[in-house]
Design a protein around this ligand. Sequence first.
Ligand code: ASP
Length: 347
Amino acid sequence: MTKQPSILIIYTGGTIGMINDPETGSLAAFDFENISVKVPALKRFGYKLNTISFDKPIDSSNVNPAVWIKLAEIIKENHNKYDGFVILHGTDTMSYSASALSFMLENLHKPVIFTGSQLPIETIRTDGKENLITSIEIAAAKKNDKPVVPEVCIYFENRLYRGNRTRKYNAEHFDAFESPNYPALAKVGIHITYNYDAIHYPRQNKVINIKTNLDTNIGILKLFPGISEEFVTSVLSTKGLKAIVLETFGSGNAPLNKWFILQLKDAIEKKIVILNITQCNAGRVDQGRYETSAELNEIGVIGGGDLTTEAAITKLMFLFGQQLKLSEIKNYLQVSMAGEISFEVNY
Ligand code: ASP
């Protein structure tokens, strides 16, 4: 007899678990322990489903690295007891959390599927039920006794994505997420069709290694035409700053102003890492392709390829949390650690 799959559902908060509080008229969290009362179909899976709820469920705009550490620790404690994990999370910062966890759960062998919804699970037209049910099915899916998707993913509105490739791009539609530079790991219709070639499988001989040190001395500097010298100075002189995600134009281009290049050069000399990613929704940074990015190459700005902002910022927090040498951090930024960056192909 095959073993009944076991899934741990971790409820952090977000719209999916909210109900309209009749007294205040605003959305408040409900008790998720009783989720199978709200979604009776869950019982029909025949899986062992357990739930852990945050004591105080949060709107994901309040998520911070302490929440990621808490999630990593819950997974660490329960890793050997379950076949997979489903994390219910607000959509607003879900891509940041999924990116952070993808770095923190090194050599992951089990599915960790983030999901949530745009409408509370209580409402008639909710997208939450389908998102939850399919996420559980994906977290439990096995082939030849091995998990089909042993990655940190986001499942939302019929698509399964690698978490660190996603961004929330729509505040209104049910399909709130996109993965502009990497194909979906599964498409869901009548069947769940997995894209096996796109899924990452860890080496069997490596065991999971959960790392919970993060450093938040990181910032984002988004360029815009007319950006002032004073503004750039004040960002780069932030006390304790260790790295900046520089959001440039197009394929990694920045203004040719002397003061701008000198400021960046000065920051790099002070051992601040500058990671260049594009403001465009899709595509990649190709430093040196235009005159307007050649100088960035020369002064030691690191090209961030097709990283999303969410993956860039969390990768930097993770790397600076690991007590690595600066040269090691710079090397890691240019390789894929959890499938977050690709090198030649644009999807
Ligand atoms: N503000 C909510 C959150 O991110 C939105 C949602 O869950 O969709 O927690």
